[in-house]
Design a protein around this ligand. Structure first.
Ligand SMILES: [Zn+2]
Ligand SMILES: [Zn+2]
Length: 176
């Protein structure tokens, strides 16, 4: 879904929509489905560009980093973007270490043909906010390093797998 920033009048626009988002790619190249999403935004023409103040809610099916079972991760985030045509230089930094300027530079979104791709904006916000290592529960016991069984569901007969490899020589000593 696109929004044309040239058509934003001084009164601004309120958006509240669910987007048709593509599949995402997880940290190990796995496919992540976006189960639901809603994007609400206030779009107004400011002195330096078109300002987007947005709020994104989404639920993404991710994979537990310990046991590899799927789980739903909620993503809730608020963001600010300043859209400027990519032909323009954008706001020139007045001073390199003015934090407000820096924030503006970071929020800068260059758009061609005046069109802001809301789908791309939502996808970026989801990627920025997804956990790097999602876990299904704090107590998740993960997969056995020996046989690969999901230790949340089954016990296996492997030797204790929690042994720190650095301690393994000590264990051998004890066996002798
Ligand atoms: Zn898990
Ligand atoms: Zn095992």
């Amino acid at each position: 879904m696109f929004i044309d920033i040239n058509k934003i009048g001084p009164e601004g626009v309120e958006l509240d929509t669910a987007l048709d988002l593509p599949e995402l790619e997880g940290p190990s190249g796995e496919t992540l489905q976006v189960r639901s999403n809603s994007l609400a935004a206030t779009v107004v023409k400011g002195s330096r560009g078109v300002e987007f103040r947005g709020r994104l809610n989404a639920v993404v099916e991710v994979v537990c980093s310990r046991c590899l079972e799927p789980l739903d991760e909620p993503v809730r985030t608020e963001f600010f973007l300043l859209a400027v045509p990519d032909s323009e230089e954008g706001p020139a930094p007045d001073s390199a270490d003015d934090p407000e300027e820096e924030a503006l530079q970071e929020a800068l979104l260059k758009v061609s043909d005046g069109r802001v791709d809301l789908t791309a904006v939502a996808v970026e916000q989801i990627y920025l906010n997804l956990s790097r290592k999602p876990i299904c529960s704090r107590e998740c016991r993960g997969l056995c390093a020996g046989c690969g069984v999901n230790r949340n569901n089954a016990e296996c007969s492997c030797d204790r797998d929690e042994i720190d490899p650095r301690l393994a020589p000590l264990m051998k000593f004890r066996e002798n």
